[in-house]
Design a protein around this ligand. Structure first.
Ligand code: MEV
Length: 323
């Protein structure tokens, strides 16, 4: 399928501060070098279509018939309309969405698609929108997809690099001094973010002083981590990740598969390892100074029945790809 134009945007990992962020404390997220890619290609008939092989490998959706679209694609159809994209396509052209970011894993896959699609919309309509405007439009799509997202995912997908999120304000963090590989292991234990946030809330209401203490620990860890990232202090970042994991376990969002996979990462040489996202299952991550060690950790995780891959922090936000 010949690509005519294509845009892409990165996924993300939360490195510090999950759950505490719900109580007004900071969190840190990094863009990773796994991206969603949205292209316009030549189709093989006269229709204007949407093809999302990761979600619907066998179906092409007619773009002129919104009623044909399943609810999973609601946010995508919102963006197509918002950016007036269908009118700007020629008959026979197809919008193709492909992603390297595993879906429903807390890695920002939907935001990466939204941001790429919004950017593609500006390109084909010759609308000159700033990255800030693209970010805002993608945030609207994220709200359709997720209800009340923080905005971290679309922000990081748009701008790349790192973000320090505090009480709805998003500050970019310079990541040019850090250099490490990230191994992500999917425990494949499905979890529900809402339920986990609620479980922490119940714990907070039942045992306020103790829970506050843990949340404050996470706050201090995250603040120190910001400085460590800006200064490129990899060992310190790893140490803080390990401390953050202890605090998350105390909050009750651990899981035996999280402990198991974190231990795999540490025993294979991770400088630091912790869960990423809501916990209770989902993904864990570890940072490594060498690609070789990271590859061995991936292999070991796979041998033990998990899905795993290597990635790294990325400064590259949304962009038009060279064809
Ligand atoms: C989930 O990815 C991160 C949480 O902190 C929830 C949230 O921030 O909305 C657990």
């Amino acid at each position: 399928m010949k690509e005519i134009i294509s845009c892409s945007a990165p996924g993300k990992v939360i490195l510090f501060g999950e759950h505490a962020v719900v109580y007004g404390f900071p969190a840190i997220a990094l863009a990773i070098n796994k991206r969603a890619r949205v292209s316009i290609t030549e189709g093989d008939d006269e229709l204007k279509t949407l093809f999302t092989p990761d979600l619907f490998p066998k179906k092409r959706f007619d773009l002129t018939n919104e009623h044909d679209a399943p609810t999973q694609l609601k946010a995508i159809f919102f963006l197509l309309k918002k950016m007036n994209m269908v009118d700007n396509l020629s008959n026979g052209q197809q919008i193709l969405i492909k992603s390297q970011i595993p879906p429903s894993a807390g890695l920002g896959s939907s935001a990466a698609v939204s941001v790429s699609l919004a950017m593609l919309g500006t390109k084909i309509s010759n609308k000159k929108l700033t990255l800030e405007e693209i970010n805002k439009i993608a945030f609207q799509a994220e709200k359709i997809q997720h209800g009340t997202p923080s905005g971290i995912d679309n922000f990081i997908s748009t701008f790349g690099g790192g973000v320090y999120y505090l009480k709805k304000s998003l500050e970019r963090i310079d990541i040019s001094k850090i250099s490490f590989k990230i191994v992500i292991i999917n425990t494949k234990v499905t979890r529900n973010t809402k339920d986990l946030v609620l479980a922490v809330k119940k714990r907070y209401e039942k045992n306020k002083e103790y829970t506050k203490e843990i949340l404050n620990e996470i706050k201090t860890i995250t603040e120190q981590a910001k400085t460590a990232i800006e200064k490129g202090m990899t060992e310190k970042i790893g140490e803080l990740m390990n401390q953050n994991q202890v605090a998350l376990d105390k909050l009750g969002v651990g899981h035996k598969k999280i402990t198991e996979t974190v231990n795999i990462l540490r025993s294979e040489g991770a400088i630091g390892a912790k869960l990423t996202g809501a916990g209770g299952g989902g993904c864990v991550l570890g940072i490594f100074s060498s690609k070789q060690e990271a590859s061995i950790a991936v292999k070991r995780a796979e041998d033990e029945g998990f899905e795993a891959f290597i990635t790294e922090p990325s400064k590259i936000g949304a962009r038009e790809n060279e064809l």
